[in-house]
Ligand binder design. Sequence first.
Ligand code: IPM
Ligand code: MN
Length: 356
Amino acid sequence: MNDVLKVAVIGGDGTGPEVVAEGVKVLKKVAELENFKVELTPFDLSGDRYLKTGVIITDEELAELGKFSSILLGAVGHPDVKPGILEQGLLLRLRFAFDQYINLRPVKLFPGVETPLANKKPEDLDFVVVRENTEDMYVGTGGWMKKGTPDEVATQVAVYTRKGTERCIRWAFEYCRKRNNPKGKMVTMVAKTNVLSYGHDLWMRTFQEVGEEYPDIKKDYNHVDACCMWMVKNPEHYDVIVTTNMFGDIITDLAGILQGGMGVAAGGNINPEPGGTSMYEPMGGSAPKYTGMNVINPIATINAVSMLLSQEGYTKAADRVMKAIQTVTGTKMKSMAAGKMGYSTTEVGDLVCEYL
Ligand code: IPM
Ligand code: MN
């Protein structure tokens, strides 16, 4: 916690700038109420800029961003840019450049939010996924042989290191301890040890060894396919899930829809080391068809702001934002879907400020 919270802001593409504006509005308001200063620095990184200049991000901009401990990111993805270019050139580039080895995805059903699960209530859906964020199939190792011929061979290598595995698992245990779930502390490792017998064996051995340092926390394991079933059938089972990058990507989309979808879910790309640069984002994409219409749901971004505050040590401010979100979803908004909220994007931001 600092006297001045300095945040780099990347609106990005599509509706990104609109939702980020509401996140910033709430951030400024809570800072005023909690008596600390926020300093915001915008960065113009987007598909539009790429189309105009051919540049996604310069080394200088990357170095500039690296001076911040927190970045708030709106959305990455432009309909006129080939899929993968911006995702890899910006989002994954930042994750790797800043070694943001934790992808934190809280899964919480807010009051008033509809879940596709029958008979599940907010108290049944409250867990977090800690996804490793720098290894696995995301490392970009692999290649082609005889490309374009009938004999083509392609490899895409999943890389797991002891260091990368251990730092993620240890962080998950520490997070679980801090979270201190009144229903009992438990970390569930999700992997596929029955098939991925090298990499996920490393994960399992590391999980067991690190787990011994946390006798107060129950250790649990699910294969990833079974986890998908349990998450739908008995989501109340989970407290903290720790998993690999690729499986984490998939199960957090499942978890995201269970908590009400794109309008609500947020993620943090965290480098927890001293001096590390972390990045917080709503999970929804750039939603080009809603751009500029003031109809997109900003709750996910405001949720990301609460996570940012919490990771920066502004715990009271983070809780205040979280409570205000829940009042607004529980007593005001008609739906979490774009255009069906009963309010505009800016009005939802105003409402959250009002209930802070
Ligand atoms: C996510 C996204 C990214 C990922 C894409 C956009 C590269 O799906 O943040 O989960 O796969 O990690
Ligand atoms: Mn994803």
